[in-house]
Design a protein around this ligand. Sequence first.
Ligand code: GUN
Ligand code: ZN
Length: 465
Amino acid sequence: MATTAVRGTFLDFVDDPWRHVGAEQESARFHADGLLVISDGRVADFGPYAEVRARHPQVPVTEIADRLILPGFVDGHIHFPQTRVLGAYGEQLLPWLQKSVFPEERKYADREYAQLGGQHFFDNLLASGTTTIQAFTSSAPVCTEELFLEATRRNLRVISGITAIDQNAPDWFTISPADFEAAAKDQIARFHRQGRNLYAITPRFAFGATEELFRTCQRLKHEYPDLWVHTHISENPAEVRGVPPLHPGCTDYLSVYEKFDLVGPKFTGGHGVWLTNDEFRRLSASGGAVTFCPCSNLYLGSGLFRLGRATDPEHRVKLTFGTDMGGGNRFSMLNVLEDAYKVGMLNNTLLDGSVVPSEQDLAESERNKLSPYRAFYSITLGGAQALEIDDLVGNFDVGKEADFVVLDWNGGPPATAWHMSLLLPDGAPRTMQDAAEVLFGIMMVGDERAVEQTWLMGERAYRKP
Ligand code: GUN
Ligand code: ZN
């Protein structure tokens, strides 16, 4: 077995910080001088340098000084074929799909174009410190195949599947339920649990799926209960209004997915901006997850996700955070954290009672606040837990895949270094509190330039030029 080790300053999470209000540091683990021992790509040992080194005196060590090392970031909701339509001007969700997205995704039916797209996509992910994704593709089988093939070459962990739409899209973009089923079965056989690939049944959204398509998804889930289910839910008001008339008998958005037995552990609905408390309650009871995509929700004007409602202990739902690139205009999960914090602050202007006193809700307001603990938990262990892959990734527990990101807290825009010098009079984080402050600085003042290196299963896959 090939065994190596990395020495540096490490921070990861062992619990949900929302469960430790007032003592969030209890959810995290910090080693100012730590050692991560990696054997065949997995964590073999982890802890304070002196202790771990004594157990592995012979292992060759890579020293990474003056950096903060975190588990690789988990992007719970991203669109592989949208890299080139980042930042499309002027439309909200439904016209944006028709004008910008479907015409671009159509090109991914061409294998060469999909391969070129794959290079750009994975280069951007690695430069952002993202090591696990749950991704939409397009309705063309080639697009999904190329995603899995390139993910395999790069060795990222990917959950994905052919992304089906059979209504409310042009004929040249839809796929029939029968063709979808055939392509999905072929891909499940070729890619599911091959290398780091996992397969998701992926109806694009209830606004774009007929009853027959959902019956196909239901059959697939019954036939392959091990598969993930990935879709969109309650993103935009016009979309939300349009769903019940398409699905008779369904009174709200979630009930469409419930009707076809798709909701439960390994189900993720992206966005959830307009979910009602009752939907949150049912989703929470089922064990399904929602993805908070603040860059996209702001960019497309979809609305302000109520993080404090989703984390209400009365109906806590599992949460991943996602870029939703290209609905989100950035690849970096650090930008996601930045926008998530701002969404929380905007919600809190309403919740503090200063606008409408009767709408004051200080408990929800507290849960809305995205502390650095909540933020970085959500894009590491929290994301992995919501996707039900925390046995594989998410922190540095022994046995997990050794994916990590090396952060240079001075690596952001020109203002960064002087700002950081205020937080770090010693020049480097010595305590967990120092590390938390630095992480908040990285998410609010920095950007993906803070990502100096990205490692996948113990191998360096990216180094900032
Ligand atoms: N709903 C259905 N398709 C999409 C998409 O591509 N992006 C977003 N943000 N929402 C969707
Ligand atoms: Zn999306």
